[in-house]
Design a protein around this ligand. Structure first.
Ligand code: GLV
Ligand code: MN
Ligand code: MN
Length: 414
């Protein structure tokens, strides 16, 4: 039977993908990973790197006022938006983000000049997915969720630099922020390293993402009584630090009975005030995060967190305040996108794919609020991520690129 144009797979150039990823790895290199926080000098250079590459794919490049980079095609026909992010967590891995941006660039380079493929791939690099200044700042700005007041108030979580100052230092002050042009895109596709062990453990090449977790974040503040650590008898203390520690232990004891199979919770920065061994802390604060793709489960856990806080507060003679800092937005990935990824994996990955939820947050969950969205994962060695040793086999990176380009072609052709 004669092969039709619609059946002809497009091929990524694996060597070009690896060369681009290694070029980005050299920008802000730290050990085998990168240190490229949002609006740092290396981050700005990585954005410039992308701006210079986009014309190779027939794309007009622009950086907007929040640091998003776009590559926009003038080709007629349907258009798919694809991308990820270029900043990193502090002293972290080289693939978390750049993999998805380089795959999107490669898809545009292969598909956009090909007259046999209808339509084109537009590329996006979303600013601050890693949340140095907020959360999903770039993609939320694109879908119209970020106000000027939020930008005025935001500060870098590491050095407290105001976001306005960082934007100005990056040369972006006063630029308009680009928002989604309704109807322009048939959807959004993002690739990412898995950042877990599912694929590696089952010797699979591709994860077809079904849903992305929502992330809920809280601040627990314990107020007791600051006093002398030598003269205050144990029975007379109102130790805010001890109340905090009891809350952490109680959460770990009592959450499992109310959690779902993939619920996770993590305590972040703990602060004791004053943090001196000769002084009983009168105030203690902790950041706490819960992730799930089911908001009902998190509602249950949030109620339980409030109960635990009240109980340990009573026991320790402290008052406790629980403040929700961030509300999760889980997202379901589009079934047509899932099918296209699976079909592409049957051609380029020998069918070695599986459907799986994402425990990490991604810009795709923000884009999913305004258009169909899909994600594919490639394996992470040892499941390590958010650490400089994060890595993926070159062969797996190349296979993922082939599956990604073919997925784009199928989505545009169908
Ligand atoms: C994103 O990097 C996350 O923390 O899930
Ligand atoms: Mn990421
Ligand atoms: Mn990350």
């Amino acid at each position: 039977m004669a092969e039709t144009m619609a059946d002809r797979p497009s091929k990524a150039n694996g060597a070009r993908v690896l060369a681009d990823l290694n070029a980005l790895r050299a920008i802000g290199a730290y050990k085998t990973g990168v240190h490229r926080p949002t609006f740092s000098e290396p981050h700005r250079r990585s954005l410039d790197w992308l701006v210079q590459k986009l014309p190779d794919a027939g794309l007009a490049a622009e950086i907007d006022g929040i640091g998003n980079v776009f590559g926009i095609s003038a080709k007629a026909g349907p258009r798919l938006l694809a991308g990820s992010h270029l900043e990193s967590q502090n002293f972290a891995g080289w693939l978390d983000g750049p993999l998805g941006v380089v795959y999107a660039l490669e898809a545009a380079r292969v598909i956009n000049p090909d007259p046999t493929v209808k339509g084109a791939v537009d590329v996006a690099s979303w600013c601050d997915e890693e949340g140095h200044f907020g959360h999903f700042l770039g993609s939320r700005s694109y879908v119209g969720e970020v106000t000027e007041q939020e930008i005025d108030a935001a500060r870098d979580r590491t050095d407290q630099r105001p976001l306005r100052e960082a934007i100005a230092a990056a040369g972006l002050a006063g630029r308009p922020r680009k928002t989604a042009e309704r109807g322009r895109h048939i959807g959004y596709l993002e690739a990412h390293i898995e950042q877990g062990r599912t694929l590696e453990g089952s010797r699979l090449n591709i994860g077809v993402v079904t849903s992305i977790v929502g992330i809920w974040q809280y601040r627990l503040t314990f107020t007791g009584e600051q006093n002398h650590a030598g003269t205050t008898r144990m029975k007379d203390r109102k130790d805010a630090g001890l109340a905090l520690a009891k809350a952490c232990v109680a959460v770990d004891d009592r959450f499992p009975a109310h959690a779902g199979p993939r619920t996770v919770w993590t305590t972040g920065r703990i602060m004791l005030d004053p943090g001196a061994p000769s002084i009983i802390p009168g105030r203690a604060e902790m950041l706490f995060q819960v992730r799930d793709d089911n908001p009902e489960i998190v509602e249950r856990l949030e109620a339980l967190l409030g109960e635990i806080a009240a109980e340990v507060g009573n026991l320790s003679g402290c008052s406790v305040e629980v403040t929700r800092l961030r509300t999760g937005k889980p997202a379901i990935m589009d079934s047509g996108f899932q099918r296209a990824i699976e079909q592409a994996a049957s051609i380029f990955a020998g069918g070695k794919s599986t459907h799986m939820p994402s425990g990490a947050g991604h810009d795709a969950q923000v884009l999913a609020s305004i258009m169909p969205a899909g994600m594919l994962f490639v394996p992470s060695i040892g499941g390590i991520s958010h650490h400089w040793s994060e890595n993926t086999d070159d062969a797996d990176i190349v296979t993922g690129a082939e599956v990604f380009v073919e997925t784009c072609r199928r989505l545009l052709t169908n």
